[in-house]
Design a protein around this ligand. Structure first.
Ligand SMILES: [Ca+2]
Ligand SMILES: [Ca+2]
Length: 198
């Protein structure tokens, strides 16, 4: 029942507004990797395919490969969640490549801090107790906490689109339409999730 309790908790919302967390960044060579990230990954911001392997720097970093080497050594993917700022970072080699606004648990039912792993992925999880769909569900705590898109009723009505950027759930981490699926598709089972309070 605890699992379903968390599901229900994730549906309880407070008022608020969406934060803009990413400004447009300069991408001089139009390879999908900003000049700032090219600097951090050591690639050339004037050459779209720095290592000449046929894959652009942006493609390689997003997929977790080095843009400066043709060997097959992977750069680790991870997810970092900042509860204080209600932001989620998709990280490659511990460098944030995307930042999304989230909605985590209320103070009385907080999202747990610590290191976790993605345990299970379900494209569209059904909450039997609440009678609602949780799109792009990724379970991480072993106690029913997960990441998912803003929930939906069977009729198609969607909740909480204007509540991202504020703690509002009973422990889950909610993402907006677009980011939730992008994160789901990008994340293998077993990926490290680090949740910090600051
Ligand atoms: Ca670039
Ligand atoms: Ca390349």
């Amino acid at each position: 029942m605890q699992w379903f309790g968390v599901f229900i908790g994730c549906l309880l919302l407070l008022s608020g507004g969406v934060k803009v967390v990413q400004a447009a960044e300069l991408d001089s060579d139009q390879d999908g990797l900003s000049d700032r990230l090219e600097f951090l990954f050591g690639s050339d911001s004037a050459i779209p395919d720095t290592d000449g392997d046929g894959y652009s720097d942006g493609q390689e970093v997003f997929a977790g490969f080095s843009p400066t080497s043709t060997d097959s050594v992977r750069l680790p993917k991870s997810i970092k969640i900042h509860l204080a700022t209600q932001q989620l970072e998709m990280q490659v080699n511990q460098i944030a490549i995307r930042v999304f606004p989230i909605s985590s648990g209320l103070p009385r039912m907080p999202t747990p801090a610590g290191d976790f792993r993605v345990l299970q992925k379900v494209p569209r999880a059904w909450s039997k107790a609440a009678g609602l769909w949780m799109p792009w569900w990724m379970h991480f705590s072993g106690r029913g906490h997960g990441l998912h898109e803003l929930p939906e009723w069977p009729g198609g009505k969607k909740e909480g689109v204007n509540h991202l950027g504020h703690a509002a759930s009973h422990g889950c981490v909610r993402l907006g339409v677009g980011p939730a699926k992008e994160l789901y598709d990008w994340t293998p089972v077993g990926t490290l999730i680090t949740i910090v309070k600051k």
